[in-house]
Design a protein around this ligand. Structure first.
Ligand SMILES: C[S@@+](CC[C@H](N)C(=O)[O-])C[C@H]1O[C@@H](n2cnc3c(N)ncnc32)[C@H](O)[C@@H]1O
Length: 295
């Protein structure tokens, strides 16, 4: 039977509106920024030791909001060193937004950008074809591995590029986050045509690394997403949030009422959310995994 609901990926305008509403009502970027300011400098403490230049790669950088923050940190930490960063991002719109911001930011002035509008695996092919032997000091992939064809191979490749003191930073949601619980519960109803759903999260990555005997460090981030408006029937913000959470166009109006009832019930359940100061705060817990260079 055809699914009664339409995926949000097929409606770019609605997706952008829903995504902007999500950003306004979540403290994700703030919590990430705290991590970049307070913890990342220690993690990257030795990457520049004895070097004239630091090489960075951002994979799936989007429009570069987090890249700019991390690069500013590196700029402050290593004021005299040259900084070169490769940006790997397949979306033309996103990479263009990033280019524009980078061009207008004086904070990033002495940084050399190399723009690669392509996927991580296309970048890997190009790197091998050109037999590039540059060593890299810092690779980051924030919330990007969900889209990789083969997350294990992607990690292997980028880790192999690291210099001795280099670091690879991966971030994904955790197995216990509200996202994972919601999607594990409802994916058959929301996307009946999709059978190969893996719900990649940090538990998969850590299992894979443990099986390979690769050592790593982890840091938990606990951002929240204010979904209170979802529970007011007819509220426009609430409808956009529900679309974002269920990745569905007009979920409130198109989903069978009984499915909508169960989704709302789970969203409010303490497996997914906490209630504080009259707000329902949905867990978007993330974990950062740090790998070392192989030497
Ligand atoms: C959820 S966004 C994360 C953006 C950014 N890293 C952040 O943390 O805000 C995922 C990004 O990965 C990009 N992406 C999707 N498939 C990719 C692939 N195969 N290789 C590299 N990037 C990819 C998307 O275009 C998108 O910009």
């Amino acid at each position: 039977m055809a699914s009664p609901v339409k995926s949000l990926v097929h409606d770019d305008e609605r997706y952008q509106k829903a995504f902007e509403t999500y950003l306004k009502l979540s403290n994700k970027h703030l919590v990430e920024e705290e991590f970049f300011n307070n913890t990342l400098p220690d993690i990257l403490d030795s990457i520049g030791n004895g070097k004239p230049q630091i090489n960075v790669i951002g994979v799936g950088s989007g429009e570069g909001i987090n890249d700019m923050k991390m690069l500013s940190q590196l700029r402050r930490k290593y004021p005299g060193l040259l900084l070169e960063t490769e940006v790997v991002e397949p979306s033309k719109r996103q990479i263009n937004k990033f280019r524009e911001k980078a061009a207008n930011s004086s904070d990033l002035d002495p940084i050399k950008f190399i723009w690669n509008q392509m996927t991580a695996s296309e970048f890997e092919k190009q790197w091998r074809l050109r037999k590039i032997n540059k060593k890299v000091d810092f690779v980051h992939m924030l919330n990007m591995l969900y889209y990789a064809e083969d997350p294990g191979a992607t990690i292997d490749f980028f880790q192999s590029l690291l210099d001795k003191n280099g670091k690879l930073l991966i971030s994904l949601v955790t197995n216990e986050s509200g996202w994972m619980i919601l999607w594990r519960t409802f994916h058959r109803e929301l996307r009946p045509q999709k059978t190969d759903v893996s719900f990649l999260n940090t538990a998969h990555i850590k299992k894979l690394l443990d099986e390979r005997g690769v050592s790593y460090q982890t840091y938990n981030l606990l951002p929240e997403f204010d979904i209170t408006a979802c529970f007011t029937e007819g509220d426009e913000t609430g409808e956009l949030l529900l679309d974002f959470l269920t990745e569905t166009v007009n979920f409130s109006k198109t989903a069978p009422p009984e499915l909508k009832h169960r989704v709302l019930k789970l969203l409010r359940d303490n497996q997914c959310s906490v209630e504080r100061d009259g707000k329902v705060l949905f867990s978007i817990e993330q974990e950062i995994i740090i790998l070392e260079g192989l030497g």
